[in-house]
Design a binder for this molecule. Sequence first.
Ligand code: PHB
Length: 395
Amino acid sequence: MGDHLVTRRRLAAAAAAAGATALARPAIAQGAPLRIGVMLPYSGTFAALGENITAAFEMHLAERGNRLGGRAVQIIRLDDESNPATAVQNVLRLVQRDRAEVLVGTVHSGVAMAMVQVARDRGVPLFIPNAGVGAATGQLCAPNIFRSSFTNWQPSYAAGFWLGRQGVRRAAWMTWDYAAGAEAGQGFREGLEAAGGQVVRELKLPFPETNFQPLLAQIPGLGVEAVGAFFAGGGAIQFVREYAAAGLKDRFPLTGSGFLTEGTLAGQGAAAEGMKTTLHYGDRLDTPRNTAFRAAFRARTGREADVYAVQGYDAAQMLAIGMEAVRGDLSAEREWVRAIRTARIDSPRGPMTLSPSHNPVQPMYLREARGGENVVIGTVIEALADPGTGCRMSA
Ligand code: PHB
């Protein structure tokens, strides 16, 4: 923000000195590029997620000629390795050394907490394109923090609710032991209970470990009818394969938030076939918007789009809405915040609005893995909003 204000002032002064005040006007449009600090995992178990978020984020910028609100954009990428231990240092590097005016990130809930903290301390706009940590749009909500994805509670609540409606009364929950796994577990439990069932056991291992065998061995002895889980990325590929290889798939159907089979089906193969999960996106959402998005993503990357690509794309759409509203001048915070908060965002997932705490209000689809695609076969909840507990933010 600093630089372009300086530039504006300089241009205004030069214009005034020349007696040409009319020239001062377009200064913002000609100002310094908008520096966007993109902090995501490009290595480790979530690497593919970071790549798809980035590719789709950049795709939307390209659709706008790489200009937002009249300013050119410049992306500064940083690999956060999904490592909470180095997260604060990494965000500060983007803000201080690289003088990022906008932050975009990240995938991992623990790392996202560091971004939230810095965004709050310094008032830097933050767009979260994945991490579902509740506090970001709960107790720690702020005018300058927006999320284009979900809270961990949302898709898992839908999974538990759907499972209960199938008549399941006793289920186990398996996950990585960190914020996302715990919050998703809470959602799953609440959803299942709302539909008459209960979670009788939670099985956890440290993130991002994949030593699933000792936990899988316990499942037949638990007296459960089904298993819910939160894993994603490389870890989800391995988990779903081992679950099937252990002979559990047909005896204890495996479900959970759709991350379990999202962007992972090629690696999971037959092990995932027939798995039902819930998520705010699915491959066969048959709308012109989604079809066009998927074709453009495929043409640009040679890969299939997934929910992570959608969330990256929508983070760019949200930033663009804000930037256009203030013609590139992010110091007009009230105005750009209001523009995004009240927008109806034309997402590939369907038209999307935001809750008062800046989190998407969205449908939760039931999907079935079929032949390498997560095919939408129903809608569990039409429009699910996270309660945003603890968020107090004056409009
Ligand atoms: C998270 O840490 O919040 C997280 C990570 C990967 C996902 C979903 C949530 O796919």
